[in-house]
Design a protein around this ligand. Structure first.
Ligand code: NAD
Ligand code: UGA
Length: 462
C-alpha cells in the first residue's frame, strides 16, 4: 500500500521504516528540512538502535523517501498517519500540532479523488479524533467523514527497542469511524501475528492512556514500597518486590514460570521520565478534571514520582554531611538506556537538586559527552568523555541511567579515582558488583546498614 506519515520523530520514522520493511511504499513528511535531508541521506535524526540500518535498506530499495511537501505525499497515498508530537503545556495536552497536521491533510484531500484513510497515531485525549481532527479535515477538504476514512491507531513502542516493539506488537488497536476505514488499516497490518482490536475511536484513545498510566502506577507503587523499606530495618525493596513478582497471577502461565515484561515496571528507582509517561499521565489528569472527575490515584502517581530525584540527592547529602562544594559524578543523562532522549529525564531533576545544594556536577553519559541540544546548563556542570574522567576527584557518584557500560565497568579500579568512594545506585542495577574495600554502595529501598536476608532466587526456590 502507499502510505504517508506526517512527523518523523521516534514514532513516525520507526513506523515508516518498519512499514517499508514489510513491503509498503512510504513517504515521510516533516516540517523540519534538516530532518528530511538527514533521513534521505540514511541518517536517523535521533539515536534508536537498528534504525539507521533499516532506513538505509528502505531508501536503497526505493520503498521510503522523505519530503517537506505534505500535499503531494498525501495525494500519492491511500493512508496518511498523523504522528506529530502532543507535548504538555502546564500539565495539559497541546494539540496544536495535531490540529495543524489535520488541517493540512484536509486541504490536500480537496484534490484527491480516491478513498483515503487518515489515521491518528499520536497519543491524543479521548474525543480528539472524532471532534478536532474530523472537523479540521471536513472543513478543509470540503468532504464529509465517510467519504474519507478515519481511524485512531495508538502506538505502544518504547524508545530504545522501537523497531522490535513495532515489528512484534502485543496488540494492534484500531479505533474506526466506520468498518470501511478499519478494514483498510487491517489490510496494512495483515502480516502481523497478534490480536487486532477493532473498536470506537475513543476506546482506542483511552486504551493508550490507560496503558501508560498503568505502567506509571506500577513504578510509583514500587517506589512507595521502596520508601517504606528505606525506613524499615532488614528490608530490601528488591527482595520484597522479587517476592511479589513470584505471585502466579503475575508470572505464572500454565504452571510454568515466565517473566513477563510488565514486571520490569514493578521495580524501584529514581522515577520515570521520558517524553510519554509523565506527559500522558498529566494529560489524563487534566482531562479527568475537565470532566469533573478527581484522578486521585494518578495525582498520587505523579506526586510520588516527583519526589524521587530529591530523595536520591538526600541519600548523598546524608552520607556526605553536606553537598556544599562537593563534586558529584552524575552517571547517565538519558531518561533510560538505549536512547538519546532527555525529555523529563530524572537526571535533569537530580542535577538541579545537586546544583541548588551547592554541588559541582561532573556528568557522563555514553551518548552525551557535551550538553544535549537545547539544554541550558549551569556553569557548575562539566561534561566528561569517559566514566573515569567523571569519577576523578568526585565525592560521590549517582547512577541515574541503566547503561550497560556502567554495569560492565571496571569497578575494581574506578572508585580509586574518587576523593570519597560513595556510589549511590538510582536504578539498583549494580548490586552484583563486588565493590573493593573502602567503597560505600547505597541503593534505593534499603536502609544503608541493612543486610539482604534472602535473594530473589532463594525465594523462588521455596
Ligand atoms: P517527536 O516530537 O519526536 O516528533 C514529532 C515530529 O513531528 C517532529 O519531527 C516535528 O517536526 C514533526 N511535525 C510537527 N508538526 C508537523 C506537521 N504539521 N507536518 C509535518 N511534521 C510535523 O514525537 P514522537 O516522540 O515521535 O511522538 C509522536 C506522538 O506519538 C506523540 O503523541 C507521542 O505521545 C506518541 N508516542 C510516542 C512514543 C515514543 O516512544 N516517543 C511512543 C508511543 C506514542
Ligand atoms: C513508554 C511505554 O513503555 C511504551 O509502551 C509507550 O508506547 C511509550 O511510553 C509512549 O507512549 O511513548 P518509553 O517512554 O520509551 O515507553 O519508556 P519506558 O521503558 O516505559 O520507561 C519509562 C520510564 O520509566 C524510564 O524513565 C524508565 O527508567 C522508568 N522505569 C521503568 C522505572 O523507573 N522503573 C521501572 O520499573 C520501569
Amino acid at each position: 500500500m502507499h502510505i504517508t506519515i506526517i512527523g518523523t520523530g521516534y514514532v513516525g520514522l520507526t513506523t515508516g521504516v518498519c512499514l517499508a520493511g514489510i513491503g509498503h511504499q512510504v513517504i515521510c513528511v516533516d516540517v523540519m528540512p534538516e530532518r528530511v535531508a538527514a533521513i534521505n541521506e540514511a541518517r536517523s535524526p535521533f539515536y534508536e538502535p537498528g534504525l539507521d540500518e533499516m532506513l538505509s535498506s528502505a531508501l536503497a530499495n526505493g520503498r521510503l523517501r522523505a519530503t517537506t511537501e505534505l500535499a503531494s505525499a498525501v495525494a500519492a497515498s491511500e493512508v496518511t498517519f498523523i504522528t506529530v508530537g502532543t507535548p504538555q503545556i502546564d500539565g495539559d495536552i497541546d494539540l496544536s500540532y495535531v490540529s495543524a497536521a489535520a488541517r493540512q491533510i484536509g486541504s490536500a484531500l480537496r484534490d484527491v479523488s480516491g478513498y483515503h484513510v487518515v489515521a491518528v497515531k499520536s497519543t491524543v485525549i479521548p474525543g480528539t479524533t472524532d471532534t478536532l481532527v474530523r472537523n479540521m479535515i471536513e472543513e478543509t477538504s470540503g468532504r464529509a467523514t465517510g467519504e474519507f476514512g478515519l481511524c485512531m491507531n495508538p502506538e505502544f513502542l518504547r524508545e530504545g527497542s522501537a523497531i522490535d516493539d513495532f515489528n512484534n506488537p502485543d496488540r494492534i488497536v484500531i479505533g474506526q469511524w466506520d468498518e470501511k476505514s478499519g478494514r483498510v488499516l487491517a489490510q496494512l497490518y495483515e502480516s502481523f501475528d497478534c490480536p487486532m482490536v477493532f473498536t470506537t475511536l475513543r476506546n482506542a484513545e483511552m486504551v493508550k492512556y490507560a496503558s501508560n498510566s498503568l505502567l506509571a502506577t506500577l513504578i510509583s507503587f514500587s517506589n512507595e514500597i521502596a520508601a517504606l523499606c528505606e525506613v524499615t530495618p532488614d528490608t530490601d525493596v528488591d527482595v520484597v518486590l522479587g517476592g511479589v513478582h513470584l505471585d502466579r497471577r503475575l508470572s505464572g502461565v500454565n504452571g510454568e514460570r515466565i517473566s513477563p515484561g510488565v514486571l520490569s515496571f514493578l521495580r524501584a528507582g529514581c522515577g520515570f521520565g521520558g517524553s510519554c509517561l509523565p506527559k500522558d499521565v498529566n494529560a489524563l489528569r487534566a482531562y479527568a478534571r475537565q470532566q469533573s472527575v478527581t484522578p486521585s490515584l494518578l495525582d498520587a502517581v505523579m506526586a510520588i514520582n516527583a519526589e524521587r530525584p530529591a530523595r536520591l540527592v538526600r541519600l548523598a547529602e546524608d552520607a556526605l554531611g553536606s553537598l556544599e562544594g562537593a563534586t558529584v559524578a552524575l552517571l547517565g543523562l538519558a531518561f533510560k538506556a538505549g536512547t538519546d532522549d532527555v525529555r523529563e529525564s530524572p537526571a535533569l531533576a537530580v542535577m538541579n537538586h545537586l546544583l541548588s545544594k551547592g554541588a559541582v556536577v561532573r556528568s557522563y553519559d555514553p551518548i552525551f559527552t557535551s550538553a544535549p541540544a537545547g539544554l541550558r546548563v549551569d556553569e557548575n556542570v562539566h561534561f566528561c568523555h569517559t566514566l573515569r574522567e567523571a569519577l576523578a576527584g568526585a565525592d560521590a557518584a549517582l547512577v541515574i541511567t541503566g547503561w550497560p557500560e556502567f554495569a560492565e565497568a571496571d569497578w575494581k579500579t574506578l572508585p580509586g579515582e574518587m576523593r570519597r568512594q560513595l556510589i549511590i545506585d538510582g536504578r539498583n542495577f549494580l548490586r552484583d558488583v563486588s565493590w573493593p574495600q573502602g567503597v560505600t554502595y547505597l541503593t534505593i529501598g534499603r536502609m544503608p546498614e541493612s543486610a539482604i536476608v534472602k535473594s530473589v532466587e532463594e525465594l523462588a526456590a521455596q
